[in-house]
Design a protein. Sequence first.
Length: 119
Amino acid sequence: MTEDNAWAASCTTAQTFRLFEVPNPGVEQCRVFYRAKLKSEGLVGRAYLEMWCQFPGRGEFFSRGLGNTISGSSDWATCQTPFFLKAGERPDLIRLNLVVEGRGKVFIKDVELTAAPSN
């Protein structure tokens, strides 16, 4: 942890960091959002959020925040990735990852998982 309550990841190559696993999140037919603040120092490549939803008898599916990445040296930016659950889709596990595609330093803080009604 850093002085501003962030985790720091120093990477020399591409890595995926498993931050949290949320068993039986109790969500169905909604939009699930994985949000966090990211910052980078000298990042060659990009970093983004990734969420995996595991469904009983169906396997795992993911959502990657490729439209919301950071790279180079950046100040704190709020990033998010959504997952749209249809009627009957009820995950029994959600995994929250930080993906770093390259080398450099990435910081992450204020991680949250929220749900909102589908429109």
